[in-house]
Write a protein that binds this ligand. Structure first.
Ligand code: UD1
Ligand code: CA
Length: 485
């Protein structure tokens, strides 16, 4: 026994080709409920306090490494091993083992990088059972209805494990076995190292299989135990788009259950899509068809009616988000009323008690407290003071064809309907902008500003126009130009 003998190292395999995904993106980079597959696996593994945590990368190595660093930021510093060519899980494990260095002496946990539902609790249970069994090598197994492409666990006399055989190399009798290899291994480095070094690739796929360490460790005289676990779903790997979708559905159900238990009402969990990274306060109410993604946070007692897409949005307490909202990278203060059918683009900040009504689009827009834009507006690159009313159809004309320019509107203003503010322009506090005004120059505080449009009227014009086009006078009207509804 050396000082190192109690150490637990982990090697996570994430270098595979993942052909079954049919994706230009490495499988482990696909996201499940807002977290990458590899990120989910690493979170569970890192929670065990393993040292070192080795990640074997290959396909799209730089991107996978970046995702690994993101997932482990502030948790631990991973060590990377490069598998130049995807020659199988056994070869990948060998690459990982090299990173442990010759001096390493202790237990090594081997984990496939596609087991996206793996949890720290599952891993701890596995490690504990291995320690109790005092086996040279342990691996996790599960019993499934349809064993599909999983490796089959072969047992001999008295149920002792003999080997794992991959589905593609299995006989018909072996294929009928429903106990399968889950994808977790744990053994002392002196058991694993020689077993990995001796791997052959004489099999249907011409690959070095990690599964073959079972038979070689047994042949070398070590004990090997298969630790059978009940809940197969917790060990599932992601191999295809269908499996990715199924796993996402399971994880979403879990997230939704957790939220409901914490005091959030979900009117239709089946159509509520909430990333794991989202935080939701108590007594929030969420209607059907809602996506809350990324770093979104929803304050207590806020109500989301339904059909909403929010990514990286911070929403304060007691807001009312009405039917039909799309918002990204914005900050919505307390007590705001938004929608129906509003579009809050990045950089929108609503300071609180704002109203942003139907068909209003905002971008890089800061609205002071209690400022309202209730109908049909475009507010871009604008700062508006508090208690201002933006009338229907107001537009900040922020783009001159080459550059964007800012608009500033003061506090307590009334910006009349159908006005345009041609940026760069500043409107002072307490300004009245008459409806239909095109504001071209700065306006001083307290002013009324208007564009002169002389109004002209030609009596009887409509009847003449209609006669010229041969149209009959509208039925029941005394005059051809009587006001119509
Ligand atoms: C593997 C097991 C199978 C088990 C199943 C459990 C082998 C040979 N088979 O099959 O017995 O039932 O997992 O989910 O181990 N990888 C590399 N380099 C490679 C190949 C793979 O790093 O050269 C990585 C992949 O990125 C992946 C993991 O190893 O994260 C597992 O590879 P995968 O191809 O998914 O193995 P399965 O065919 O599912
Ligand atoms: Ca797999």
């Amino acid at each position: 026994m050396t000082a190192d003998s109690g150490k637990l190292a982990a090697i996570v395999l994430a270098a595979g080709e993942s052909r079954r995904m049919r994706s230009a993106r490495a499988k482990v980079l696909h996201e499940v409920a807002g977290v990458t597959v590899i990120g989910r696996v690493l979170r569970a593994v890192a929670a065990l306090g393993v040292e070192p945590l080795v990640v074997v990368v290959g396909r799209q190595a730089p991107r996978v490494e970046a995702a690994v660093r993101t997932a482990l930021a502030g948790v631990c510093r991973p060590v990377f091993a490069l598998q130049e060519e995807a020659r199988g899980t056994g070869d990948a494990a060998r690459c990982g083992l090299e990173q442990l260095g010759a001096g390493f002496c202790g237990d090594v946990l081997l984990v496939y990088g596609d087991m996206a539902r793996l949890s720290a609790a599952t891993l701890r249970a596995f490690v504990a059972r291995h320690q109790v069994a005092q086996a040279g090598l342990s691996f996790a197994s599960v019993v499934v209805e349809a064993a599909g492409a999983y490796g089959r666990v072969l047992r001999g006399a008295e149920g002792r494990v003999r080997a794992i055989v991959e589905a593609r190399d299995a006989s018909a009798a072996e294929l009928a076995v429903r106990e399968v290899n889950a994808g977790l291994y744990l053994g002392r480095v002196e058991v694993l190292a020689p077993a990995l070094a001796g791997l052959q690739c004489h099999n249907a796929q011409g690959e070095y299989y990690l599964t073959d360490v079972v038979a070689s460790a047994l042949a070398a005289g070590f004990t090997v135990e298969a630790m059978r676990f009940d809940d197969a779903a917790l060990f599932a790997g992601v191999n295809s788009r269908e499996e990715l979708t199924e796993m996402e559905a399971q994880i979403r159900r879990e997230i939704n259950r957790r939220l409901m238990a914490a005091g959030v009402t979900l009117h239709d969990p089946a159509t509520t899509y909430i990333d794991e990274t989202v935080e939701i306060g108590p007594d929030v109410e969420i209607g059907p068809n809602v996506q809350l993604l990324g770093r979104t946070r929803i304050g207590a007692e806020t109500r989301i009616e339904g059909t909403a897409f929010l990514r990286d949005v911070e929403v304060g307490p007691r807001c009312h988000l009405k039917f039909g909202l799309r918002a990204e990278q914005c900050n919505v203060g307390e007590g705001c009323e938004i929608g129906p059918f509003a579009h809050l683009r990045p950089g929108t900040v609503l300071e609180g008690r704002n109203r942003v009504g139907n068909f209003v689009e905002t971008k890089m827009a800061r609205l002071g407290r209690n400022t309202k834009a209730s109908h049909l507006s475009y507010l871009g690159d604008v700062v508006v003071g508090p208690d201002t009313n933006i009338g229907c159809g107001v537009i900040t004309v922020n783009f001159d064809g080459f550059a964007k320019h800012p608009t500033r509107i003061g506090a307590r203003c009334m910006v009349g309907c159908d006005s345009q503010l041609v940026a760069p322009v500043t409107v002072g506090d307490d300004v009245y902008v008459a409806s239909g005004t095109t504001v071209l120059r700065d306006v001083g505080a307290g002013s009324l500003v208007m564009s002169e449009h002389a109004q002209r009227e030609r009596p009887g014009w409509t009847a003449k126009w209609r006669r010229r086009h041969g149209a009959p006078a509208p039925a029941g009207s005394g005059r051809a130009d009587a006001p119509q509804e």
